[in-house]
Write a protein that binds this ligand. Structure first.
Ligand code: SF4
Length: 324
């Protein structure tokens, strides 16, 4: 683990969405998108949040940035409780906390040139002269591998990989300290994915960034993350140093996910753990361990009580009754 100080400290985060029903459009229930999520990210560290689609990882990222309001829990950034900030203070804080989207095409205004797209966040967060703004735009364009000529083009004139470079430049031009990267390479060809991952990695070194890297792809997460958290139905089931979790997965869900990664040796395929059933609905989460109705190791206690998180080796924590 990085020896740097903690930058982000998420404690028991909850995000529920109301379900409306009936003729008067009353709240008839809640989707428990994020149920109880706690983790820390240190300065210049990448924390990978991994899990199947719908497990709550993107909602976790957006709630940390308060693009979605949390239902409960605390979010400390550089020691400050973000939930206590009013709208204006939070708007200013976003200069330090940015988001890179999966689909850059939908997040970039098609009527703006790249130059305008890059100037916009500078105008929102700083008071700069045109000369200073030009310098910043040229600096970030160079840092992400865009030429000065490309600044005068529109998003539709770029390939998917180049558009993601624009999107990264737009997120980083305010020199944030923390970036939520939400499936930033999932929409790209495999050959381009490595280029964008390497770019994120080199920018992290140059700008001393911390990342929350969200992905369903365990190979991608392993490549970029110092530590990972495995999410299921709004909770982190296991977290620890990336190598420790990949080498010695403790939670039955992590084991099943890792066993499903295609192996180079076809004979290894026989060790694949087949997950039975579907992910339960977050509108009606099961009692006890959220994984119990798909777990081959399920015991009676698993159906009754949610397992507490336990640290089994330094920094490697798991929520499972097998380790009570
Ligand atoms: Fe399986 Fe029980 Fe562990 Fe849940 S707590 S993962 S059901 S063994």
């Amino acid at each position: 683990m990085s020896e740097h100080t903690v930058l982000l400290d998420v404690q028991h985060l909850q995000t529920y969405f109301p379900i409306k029903g009936g003729v008067v459009h009353k709240t008839v229930g809640h989707v428990h998108a994020v149920e109880d999520v706690s983790f820390q990210i240190r300065e210049q560290e990448t924390f990978g949040l991994v899990g199947e689609s719908g497990c709550g990882k993107s909602t976790t990222g957006r709630t940390i940035l308060r693009l979605i309001e949390p239902t409960g829990g605390k979010i400390f950034f550089d020691g400050q409780d973000l939930c206590q900030l009013d709208r204006e203070a939070m708007r200013q804080k976003r200069r330090d906390m940015q988001l890179v989207f999966q689909d850059p095409y939908s997040s970039l205004n098609p009527r703006m040139t790249v130059r305008r797209l890059l100037e916009e966040p500078l105008q929102t967060h700083f008071t700069l002269t045109q000369k200073e703004m030009n310098e910043q735009v040229l600096w970030i364009a160079h840092a992400v591998g865009l030429s000065p000529e490309q600044l005068e083009r529109y998003p539709h004139q770029f390939s998917g990989g180049q558009r993601q470079r624009v999107s990264i430049a737009r997120a980083l031009i305010t020199k944030p300290r923390f970036v939520v990267a939400d499936e930033p390479v999932s929409a790209l060809d495999v050959s381009i994915q490595a280029q964008i991952l390497n770019l994120l990695f080199s920018l992290q070194e140059e700008l001393k960034l911390s990342y929350l890297f969200i992905s369903h792809d365990l190979n991608v997460v392993r490549h970029i993350s110092n530590r990972i958290g495995v999410m299921y139905l709004g909770r982190i089931m296991e977290q620890g140093n990336t190598e420790s979790v990949y080498r010695n997965p403790l939670h039955p869900y992590t084991r099943a996910l890792l066993s499903a990664i295609p192996k180079l040796d076809p004979l290894e395929e026989k060790h694949r753990i087949q997950l039975e059933g579907d992910v339960p609905s977050p509108a009606n989460p099961p009692k006890g361990c959220p994984f119990h109705d798909r777990c081959s190791k399920c015991m009676e206690i698993c159906k009754q009580s949610v397992p507490e998180e336990k640290e089994l080796e330094p920094g490697h924590r798991v929520s499972c009754h097998l380790y009570d």
